[in-house]
Design a protein around this ligand. Structure first.
Ligand SMILES: NC(=O)N[C@@H](CC(=O)O)C(=O)O
Length: 431
């Protein structure tokens, strides 16, 4: 059961970057050293590759139970492994929603049986995600939820949100909020701006996100709860979070790969694969989001993997489902547009895609002796053309289809087991 990863450049997530071999025994990292030689171990040659802590996605929609035509825990976690993720936290907007301990147990048991990577369920804040009655938080926590969120169903009542946060603080639960004031986003389907006016689609103004974010910051400050902001997309949101952090509010935030790289100009040809909440914004927003990552205002890059069926998207733009299938392109998108362009380096990528999300969720990550061997091996220079039909995910809804990107995931190792090996049949690798 021993494995040696040889000759890779190891970024451990704790600040070091060294050329070294890694010895894994029964799922645990036993040694990180030069030239480890052991007989009867499986050897992975990582020459010219980076060996990184497995990515952690804190915002994934696995769709099971209830929407298995869009994704299942099996296909979603296969997609995660193909994307270099060793852990995903899954959102509760399933059917039934993850709003009680029985559904938490269900998700955990399917993940145990059919999941390829580790799955951490996120529970709902309100029953049925209806924004009316608070869920039984203590039971949800005991059953194993890592956070609570109503995600795509923002809680419009400030009074209710304050009560949720007060209980959340009591049970020390992380609160994740999708910030959208529905009275401002209305029937909008894309960013409100020049492009929406030109092509005649209803817009979602940046204030829809920022007004709700400001409210949630005020409530987090007064309740003292740990608040994590899902998928931020605007320059104004970066400013609000920066100010909140300066004032000592316990707040963290994430941004998606698509919101960091694509603008509303991508909507110009009415491709419904560009439709997501929050919408693709402007170049100015992207610049602010990248600055926000660099100065520590934004903590994590999360995919918001939102798989949908062909039929959900093969309709006029304003009728299409919101969401982008993101697990399998996240690494190459960030590598191509941010790392290779010199905006961030590979150590930063590790921080945003593994270390910080793990810390926010309260799980361990990083490569060190004694740690669980959750590892991804990537080639940062190889180019490929994104082909949605090669996705493991059932959701082929990507705006990156046909784009030439740099960076491929070679191996994903979860607890010392190879769960993804590019161009190779896993069955043929004896571990
Ligand atoms: N992000 C999306 O565009 N869609 C999400 C829900 C949501 O967060 O709005 C989904 O579940 O499809």
């Amino acid at each position: 059961m021993r494995m040696i990863i040889k000759n890779g450049t190891v970024i451990d997530g704790f600040g070091s970057e060294v050329k070294a071999d890694i010895l894994i025994d029964y799922g645990i990292i036993k040694a990180i050293d030069k030239n480890i030689e052991i007989s009867d171990a499986v050897v992975i040659d990582a020459t010219g590759k980076y060996v990184l802590p497995g990515f952690v996605d804190m915002h994934t929609h696995l769709r099971q139970p209830g929407f298995e035509e869009k994704e299942t825990i099996k296909t979603g976690t296969e997609a995660a492994a193909a994307g270099g993720y060793t852990t995903v936290a899954c959102m509760p907007n399933t059917n039934p929603p993850i709003d009680n301990e029985i559904v938490v147990e269900y998700v955990k048991s399917i993940a145990q049986r059919e999941g390829v990577v580790k799955v951490l369920p996120i529970g709902a804040m309100t029953k049925g995600m209806k924004g009316e009655e608070i869920t039984e938080m203590a039971k949800l926590k005991k059953a194993g939820t890592v956070a609570l969120s109503d995600d795509g169903f923002p809680i419009m009542s400030a009074g209710l949100m304050k009560r949720i946060m007060t209980y959340g603080k009591m049970y020390d639960l992380l609160m994740i909020t999708h910030c959208e004031d529905k009275t401002l986003s209305g029937e909008g389907v894309m960013n409100s701006g020049v492009i929406s006016t030109m092509i005649g689609l209803k817009g979602i103004p940046h204030e829809a996100e920022e007004v709700m974010l400001a409210r949630n910051i005020i409530l987090a400050k007064s309740t003292g709860v740990r608040l994590h902001i899902a998928h931020i997309s605007t320059k104004g949101s970066v400013e609000l979070i920066k100010e909140a952090k300066e004032k000592g509010v316990k707040i963290t935030a994430e941004v998606t790969p698509h919101n960091l790289t694509l603008t509303d100009e991508a909507v110009y040809n009415y491709d419904t694969n560009t439709k997501a909440y929050p919408p693709l914004r402007t170049r100015e927003d992207i610049e602010a989001l990248i600055e926000g990552l660099k100065d520590g205002t934004i903590d994590a890059i999360a995919t918001d993997h939102a798989p949908h069926t062909k039929d959900d998207k093969k309709v006029p733009y304003d009728m299409a489902a919101f969401g982008i299938s993101g697990l399998e392109t996240a690494f190459s998108v960030i590598n191509t547009f941010l790392v290779q362009k010199g905006k961030i380096n590979m150590k930063d990528l590790v921080k945003y895609m593994s270390i910080n999300p793990a810390n926010i969720l309260g799980i361990s990550s990083g490569i060190k002796v004694g740690a669980t061997a959750d590892i991804v091996i990537v080639d940062p220079y190889e180019e490929y053309v994104v082909d949605k039909d090669k996705f493991k995910s059932k959701g082929k809804n990507t705006p990156f289809h046909g784009m030439k990107l740099k960076g491929v995931v070679e191996y994903t190792i979860v607890e010392g087991q190879i769960k993804y090996a590019r161009d190779r049949k896993i069955e043929k690798i004896e571990v």
